[in-house]
Design a protein around this ligand. Structure first.
Ligand code: FE
Length: 209
């Protein structure tokens, strides 16, 4: 790429974003401080660690778990987790008999407030179509082998309704602190494409983002 032509549009995405931001600020459409706060939120505050904390709390506190499964938004508000705008949230509990898997067949609806930004595969056409047609096959590709008699329920997210899976608490996790339990709760386990880690298991790479 040549830099001879100084009047060319910047081709680097970061430069383009910077140029766009400068223009929006200059025109008075956005407040730079608000933009900084937004970027900071998605980089540092919002992410799967939020959902992991919720799951660990539910594992330890049966009353909270009941509240979470009954009215997730209110239960999360009690933990100071808000920001849902109009979308509702339903928490789905995995049990020895039922495994829940979340997809958005239409686009990429995702519970951002508890899981952060969706992984690339979540938005991919193969995942969106095959999760519904062949959930067991898709889970196998994620390395999740479930007993034959376990029911798999697939939930289709929409703009109005998002889902958070509460994975089963792994065996051998008795006596762990909430923080230690939260470390076992992977992003994928809250989408249903993974299981919670066993205590002491090396932190495994999640499916490619
Ligand atoms: Fe969607």
């Amino acid at each position: 790429m040549s830099n001879d032509h100084t009047h060319d549009q910047p081709s680097d995405p970061a430069l383009q974003v910077k140029a766009l931001e400068s223009l929006l600020v200059e025109k008075g459409y956005v407040d730079p401080a608000a933009l900084d706060a937004l970027v900071d939120a998605y980089e540092n505050k919002i992410g799967p660690h939020v959902g992991a904390r919720v799951v660990a709390h539910a594992w330890l506190d049966p009353d909270f778990k009941r509240a979470l499964l009954t009215d997730a938004k209110s239960a999360l508000a009690g933990l100071g987790i808000t920001g849902w705008r109009s979308a509702n949230l339903i928490a789905l509990e995995n049990t020895p008999g039922v495994h829940n898997l979340v997809v958005c067949t239409l686009c990429s609806c995702y519970p951002w407030s508890v899981l952060g930004l969706p992984p690339t595969w979540y938005k991919s056409a193969p995942f969106r179509s095959r999760a519904v047609i062949d959930p067991r096959g898709v889970l196998g590709e994620f390395g999740v082998e479930l007993p034959e008699d376990m029911e798999i329920r697939v939930w289709d997210s929409t703009a109005e309704l998002r889902y958070l899976v509460v994975p089963q608490r792994p065996p051998g996790s008795d006596g762990l602190s909430e923080g230690a339990l939260a470390a076992l709760v992977t992003r994928d386990s809250m989408i249903g494409t993974g299981l919670a880690r066993a205590p002491g298991a090396a932190a495994q790479e999640e499916a490619p983002a």
